[in-house]
Design a binder for this molecule. Structure first.
Ligand SMILES: Cc1cc2nc3c(=O)[nH]c(=O)nc-3n(C[C@H](O)[C@H](O)[C@H](O)COP(=O)(O)OP(=O)(O)OC[C@H]3O[C@@H](n4cnc5c(N)ncnc54)[C@H](O)[C@@H]3O)c2cc1C
Length: 392
């Protein structure tokens, strides 16, 4: 039976980045991926690097205000990691950090923007509040209806089709073993170590395991007899034909679901959290199948984009695609060790493309040194321990 210091379950960005950082510290690591690397959310996403608090968090400000501030240091850490990632992995991953604008179109949105900006500024995130006119002076493509914008110079985007694979490549070079097309079937801790049964019937042993299975994290926790409220959410993206440079920033909206950016090849990617539709089996969500695009939802998403950048109305839509992300019960990241299962860690949730490198660094620190360079107690799976009171 092979034995590892750490087995990482899941070959998306979080799993591959975690394995890379662990191996850089000489740990003996195995990644187990049930399909192929980077085929789920990490390879399907919009590639936005958004460090400002997102619309989905601002919308639930009153519920989240106790913990929302703890997201900001993680965003700053992620911002710094992305700024040197191509150099570190020696790879072109189309990382650009040439600034992002979060827009407001109503007085109510402007108030939300001000409140958000105040908190971010207090906690050291570099951003500026701009009037609509100031925003148009740096982004002339914005429509007249934009009343204000929060500008974060470090925001931008990267190519999701390559980032995870570059992490995996460097992880391999650092000694990480990767088993693709291998489903984890059970997780048991006996004699102070984890025994991981694979679909092949094989058993591997590990001192620690990391659940990095994104939208499947609840299923994976169940393999160890625990509940974890991580919910799969079906999303969609749109991409236009390639055109000359139109949009020079990452665009987000404080009051609406919207992100868009123009990538290196000239295509404009438009999304922002608009839903696709799960297929079902016997009335239940069937996660083994890709969700279905609803054309009317795609149209609404595009209308919202055209309302703030009217010049893109002339562009043709090239294609749309769905993807599944994992969102925790309180929308915050889930990062830490399960108090009920020593040596079992989880990392994921939310915008884990932007924040994935930071999650990976923090969980690596926790596993290797039992401490982290930023406070992550608010994100510990222990906040869901009430759900596990009745589990063995
Ligand atoms: C359409 C869309 C747009 C998005 N846009 C953005 C964005 O612009 N910016 C941003 O920051 N975030 C964005 N996100 C969210 C982001 O993509 C995800 O948060 C992130 O990629 C999650 O990474 P992960 O490694 O945790 O999960 P995944 O990439 O989903 O990887 C999990 C892996 O675990 C594997 N797995 C599951 N169960 C098992 C098992 N039992 N055994 C072995 N392997 C298993 C899966 O096959 C999968 O490969 C978007 C998501 C979607 C779907």
């Amino acid at each position: 039976m092979s034995k590892y210091d750490i087995v990482v379950i899941g070959g998306g960005l979080v799993g591959c980045a975690t394995a890379y950082y662990l191996a850089r510290s000489k740990a003996n690591v195995l990644i187990i991926e049930k399909g192929e690397l980077n085929r789920q959310a990490s390879g399907q996403n919009a590639g936005s690097l958004h460090f400002q608090l997102e619309h989905r968090l601002v919308k639930f400000w009153d519920t989240l205000k106790g913990t929302i501030s703890e997201m900001i240091p993680i965003s700053i850490m992620a911002q710094d990691l992305w700024s040197t990632l191509e150099q570190e992995l020696q790879a072109d991953m189309e990382v650009v950090q040439h600034g992002g604008l979060m827009l407001a179109e109503t007085e109510e949105d402007v108030d939300k923007l001000k409140r958000k900006h105040r908190l971010e500024k207090e906690l050291g995130l570099d951003s500026q509040l701009l009037t609509g006119e100031d925003a148009r002076s740096i982004a002339p493509y914005l429509g007249a209806n934009v009343l204000a914008a929060a500008y974060c110079p470090a925001e931008g985007h990267a190519n999701p089709r390559v980032v995870t694979l570059e992490y995996a490549k460097k992880a391999r070079e650092s000694g990480v073993e990767i088993r693709s097309n291998t489903l984890v079937m059970s997780l048991n801790r006996t004699g102070g170590e984890w025994k991981i049964r694979l679909q092949t019937g094989e058993m591997v042993r590990a001192d620690n395991i990391v659940i990095a299975t994104g939208a499947w994290a609840a299923e994976t926790a169940q393999l160890a007899g625990l509940h974890l409220p991580m919910y799969p959410v079906p999303l969609m993206m749109n991409v236009t034909e390639p055109v000359e440079q139109v949009v020079g920033h990452l665009i987000q909206h404080v009051g609406k679901k919207l992100t868009f950016k123009q990538v290196r090849d000239g295509n404009i990617l438009i999304g922002g959290g608009w839903p696709s539709r799960f297929t079902t089996k016997h009335g239940l969500i069937d996660l083994s199948k890709a969700p279905i695009i609803d054309p009317s939802i795609a149209r609404t998403n595009l209308k919202v984009a055209c309302s703030v950048v009217p010049s893109i109305q002339r562009l043709r839509l090239l294609r749309t695609w769905p993807g599944v992300a994992g969102v925790s019960g309180d929308q915050l990241p889930v990062l830490g060790e399960f108090p009920e299962r020593p040596g079992m860690y989880v990392a994921g949730g939310g915008s884990a493309f932007t924040l994935g490198p930071a999650y990976a660094r923090l969980i690596t620190e926790l596993i290797l040194t039992n401490r982290t360079s930023l406070p992550i107690a608010s994100f510990s799976p222990s906040r869901f321990s009430h759900l596990n009171l009745f589990m063995q």
